[in-house]
Design a protein around this ligand. Structure first.
Ligand SMILES: [Zn+2]
Length: 206
């Protein structure tokens, strides 16, 4: 897949990546439109034989997004916890670790000072982290970036109870869980398969 050739730590792709630590002060007024499809049972004219109830769309199987963190050995436990946070929070998409080809790759580097990511917002991309996230809340940081991987934008003006508020609530915020709206948004985005809609996060991967 040509995508993977972009994923590797090429200088060209790195430069266009988002740097969360530095963009956490920015605000993006993004409103996600949640489409609520409400359809009641068909009602026939009086006396007519009632129409058969419409079958309720069966719940699709959870879409699997595979990740490979072999290149981030010091952060494997944090990555596993952040993935588990999402897996326990949403129903329509699931992160699964793999040692082989993956949708999402984690990297760490001793010379890396900020967390960077590059994603199409549809489950693909890479996350490049400092080898040590000491002094931060690594699971919140990783879970936040996973939110971008799943299609959520930043919302820095949000409270600590939001995951995508990132650094907005201050460095004391240790909440690692998406709130109800964020969970519902991800489940909506992934309800019919890989997240639909416009590209989110940074979009140099296609
Ligand atoms: Zn962010």
């Amino acid at each position: 897949m040509s995508r993977r050739s972009h994923v590797i730590r090429g200088e060209g792709t790195r430069q266009s990546a988002r740097t969360d630590r530095f963009h956490w002060a920015r605000s993006m007024g993004v409103t996600l439109g949640l489409v609520l499809a409400a359809s009641g049972p068909a009602v026939g004219p009086a006396g007519a034989v009632p129409a058969a109830p419409q079958p309720v769309a069966s719940k699709i199987e959870s879409v699997v997004v595979t990740y490979n963190d072999d290149a981030a050995p010091d952060l494997e436990a944090d990555i596993a916890e952040a993935s588990a946070v999402w897996n326990s929070s949403v129903s329509n998409v699931t992160f699964v670790e793999t040692d082989g080809a993956a949708d999402l790759y984690f990297y760490e580097g001793v010379d890396q000072t900020a967390d960077e990511y590059n994603t199409d917002g549809h489950g693909h991309g890479w996350i490049y982290l400092p080898g040590s996230l000491a002094g931060t809340h690594p699971i919140r940081i990783i879970a936040h970036i996973l939110g971008h991987i799943l299609g959520l934008p930043d919302h820095y003006s949000g409270p600590c109870s939001e995951l995508m508020s990132g650094g907005g609530p201050g460095t004391s915020c240790a909440n690692v869980y998406p709130n109800a709206t964020e969970r519902a948004t991800v489940d909506s985005l992934w309800a019919t398969g890989p997240a639909a809609g416009p590209l989110r996060g940074t979009a140099t991967l296609h």
